[in-house]
Design a protein around this ligand. Structure first.
Ligand code: MN
Length: 229
């Protein structure tokens, strides 16, 4: 038995639809500004520039059926509904044409963002980490195996706050498609089985409040439901 100074943490896992097996999460990558209308609403040029990435931590995941605790360090917490890609295998410099062979399945995630803290960081030229990788910042649905739904290329992506739709887009509006994201990301990082990739949010991001019920999804893929407490 390995002689650890304290017991190592168990891996963070997500349930898999139609299975009693669990998906063990390794890393959580996120794509920024991947829908034109969202880039514009955030004050950026929507012209296609190379994708850029940031990370959350696996421990930031809010599992299905758990609440999102409103973080006390912020007064402007935003929802960002996103398609999540779950990898079955990894590697470096994965060719775009083969990239979908690396995908285990898909999920629906919320890239929760502390917009006030992110704004301060942007102005100061500081990292986004405190605005993006805070505790509970990554609510995620169950993982839906690609062998049951194939690889979605279009479909409405939406979020309702207390029954009113706030975000709406379509996967066919992704600036960087899933194979391109995997190819670009694997040029920078050695990807691995268990990695999740949040693929970016459509327009309509906005502030949430304690007590809000967030329900969102991608048609043909799945849904997520989270209560803010
Ligand atoms: Mn996002």
């Amino acid at each position: 038995m390995t002689n650890y100074v304290f017991p190592p943490h168990d891996p963070v896992t997500l349930p898999v639809r139609g299975s009693d097996k669990l998906f063990p999460v390794r890393r959580v990558y996120c794509v920024a500004r991947n829908y034109e209308a969202h880039a514009v609403e955030m004050g950026h040029d929507p012209n296609k520039e190379p994708p850029f990435f940031f990370q959350k931590n696996p421990e930031n995941i809010c599992k299905p059926g758990t609440n999102f605790p409103y973080p006390s360090q912020s007064k402007d917490v935003h929802h960002e509904i996103e398609l999540v890609v779950a990898l079955a295998k990894g590697g470096k410099n994965i060719p775009q044409a083969e990239a979908l062979e690396y995908v285990y399945g898909y999920g629906i995630g919320l890239d929760m963002t502390l917009r006030d803290i992110q704004g301060t960081a942007k102005k100061a030229g500081r990292p986004w980490e405190s605005a993006k990788a805070f505790d509970h910042s990554a609510p995620c649905s169950e993982i839906i195996p690609a062998n049951t739904i194939s690889h979605p290329r279009k479909g409405k992506i939406w979020l309702d706050v207390n029954g009113t739709q706030t975000q709406e887009g379509n996967l066919n509006q992704l600036i960087w498609k899933v194979p391109e994201i995997i190819a670009y990301l694997s040029a920078q990082f050695a990807l691995s089985a268990g990695d999740l990739i949040f693929t970016g949010t459509p327009s309509g991001v906005g502030a949430i409040n304690t007590g809000d019920q967030l329900v969102g999804g991608v048609d043909g893929v799945g849904e997520i439901s989270v209560k803010v407490v």
